[in-house]
Design a protein around this ligand. Structure first.
Ligand code: 5AD
Ligand code: SF4
Length: 432
């Protein structure tokens, strides 16, 4: 989501005539787009600011701006703690960037962190920043109306609002015309998309029809809101990819209640069953928080049990990090010792790897259509890509014959927990 926001900011600056450099040493203006979801994300920014301070010593006219959720959360405290910062701009204030820059050029620090109920940036063309023009994001809504007790997002990104469906379809068409092969629709909670009665299932169907040549993905789904209608639509359009990111956070009903998630473990597992019924090939990923306030060993074991029952294909795991001002910070003590959090995190990682390896091993021997994205990092003769359902694949010896953006048949010959490995179908030794 921040990547998409950075493209939006780049679009705004580009239309004002600014140019871009990949060398911070050459820049006259540096913006850092920030995340506030865990303390660690913010610590990285404080470190980064030290580096920019050293740049500014050499180039005193350099303007430094902090954008995004950390800006929204800390406001003027950011400038007080880090005087190197000239601008603090929240997620709903990017339209004001040109005038805020002028303000700083005039010698005054600039802070704009007012949240909006309407801003969706629907009329602003993002400047695409990914070097391989294969996949692109479209932000379909902003903010979040849920109040998960651990989460800072409703405070930093504000109320939920949906972007008009017409502008989303237009942007998708535009991307496909520009050669993009894969489009991901983004929102904190896509299932509550609502543009004057047009709901997510209808939006998805409309986008699928408007760009039949592109693969369409989306994130994030909320288990309490995900409708069967969305699954029905996914099953009926050949370009809607069977990939669902469905964060569960915990497998314990008592923890889920403290987290204010609005569902039980049993409900969640029912949703998984329904997904697999509509989309037998679905890849399902999730987010898990370990060490949430008061999490007992038994409650943690429920999370491991749910992971096994759901047979997740992929898991993103996090240690609970208390965020000031959230419901959990006000109501519960952050009382799980770091060593226990760490041990639980490792247990989740170990189980997630086992499940991912099982899931990937089931693909060995199959043929998959793979969208090639870029040369593989380890061996540039190979190419990295993804299957239709979103599994990472390394295609051996593909770089000499294919280019990023090609969709090719691949025979899967090996699997690790992180990736599938295969050969372009006619390249496989057994297919010679
Ligand atoms: N601590 C740890 N993880 C968090 N997440 C959100 N808030 C916190 C927090 N305070 C995780 C959730 C969410 C993902 C994007 O980040 O799992 O789904
Ligand atoms: Fe945070 Fe919950 Fe909203 Fe996700 S749904 S952004 S976890 S409040």
């Amino acid at each position: 989501m921040n990547f998409a926001d950075s493209e939006l900011v780049a679009g705004i600056l580009h239309s004002e005539g600014y140019g871009f450099t990949s060398e911070p040493e050459e820049a006259d203006l540096v913006f850092i787009n920030t995340c506030a979801i865990r303390e660690h994300a913010e610590e990285k920014i404080w470190q980064r600011l030290k580096y920019f301070q050293s740049l500014k010593r050499r180039r005193p006219h350099l303007i430094i701006g902090v954008l995004g959720c950390m800006a929204e959360r800390l406001r003027k405290k950011l400038i007080e703690e880090a005087p190197v910062v000239d601008m603090v701009v929240g997620p709903d204030s990017y339209r004001h960037l040109p005038q805020l820059i002028r303000q700083v050029e005039g010698g005054t620090k600039a802070i704009h962190t007012l949240l909006s109920r309407e801003e969706t940036y629907a009329d602003i063309a993002p400047l695409r920043l990914s070097p391989h023009r294969v996949s692109a994001y479209i932000s379909i809504m902003r903010g979040c109306n849920n109040m998960c007790s651990f989460c800072i997002v409703p405070f930093t990104r504000g109320r939920e609002r949906s972007r008009s469906w017409q502008t989303i379809v237009e942007e998708a068409r535009h991307l496909a015309d520009a050669g993009y092969k894969e489009i991901t629709l983004l929102g904190q909670n896509v299932d509550s998309y609502n543009d004057n009665g047009v709901r997510f299932a209808q939006l998805l169907a409309t986008v699928a029809e408007a760009v039949p040549e592109a693969w369409i993905r989306f994130a994030t789904s909320h288990p309490k809101d995900m409708l069967d209608e969305v699954l029905e639509v996914m099953a009926s359009y050949p370009n809607l990819t069977p990939y669902i990111h469905l964060p569960v956070q915990s497998g314990s009903n008592t923890v889920l209640q403290r987290m204010n998630r609005g569902y039980t473990a049993e409900w969640y597992l029912q949703r998984i069953e329904t997904i697999r019924r509509y989309l037998p090939e679905a890849v399902i990923s999730t987010d898990i928080i370990v060490g949430f306030c008061g999490e007992t060993e038994a409650e943690f074991q429920d999370t491991l049990a749910l992971m096994r029952a759901a047979r997740f294909d992929s898991v993103y795991q996090f240690m609970y990090s208390e965020r000031p001002g959230t419901l959990a910070a006000r109501r519960y003590a952050d009382d799980i010792p770091p060593t226990v959090k760490q041990a639980r995190l490792e247990a989740v990682i170990a189980l997630a790897q086992t499940l991912a390896l099982e899931s990937n091993t089931r693909q060995v021997g199959t043929m998959q259509t793979v969208l090639l994205e870029k040369p593989a990092r380890r061996n540039p003769q190979d190419m990295a890509g993804r299957t239709f359902s979103g599994r990472a694949v390394i295609v051996r010896e593909a770089a000499s014959q294919y280019a990023p953006g090609d969709k090719i048949p691949v025979k899967i010959t090996e699997a690790t927990s992180a990736t599938l490995i295969g050969y372009a179908a006619h390249e496989h030794p057994l297919c010679a």
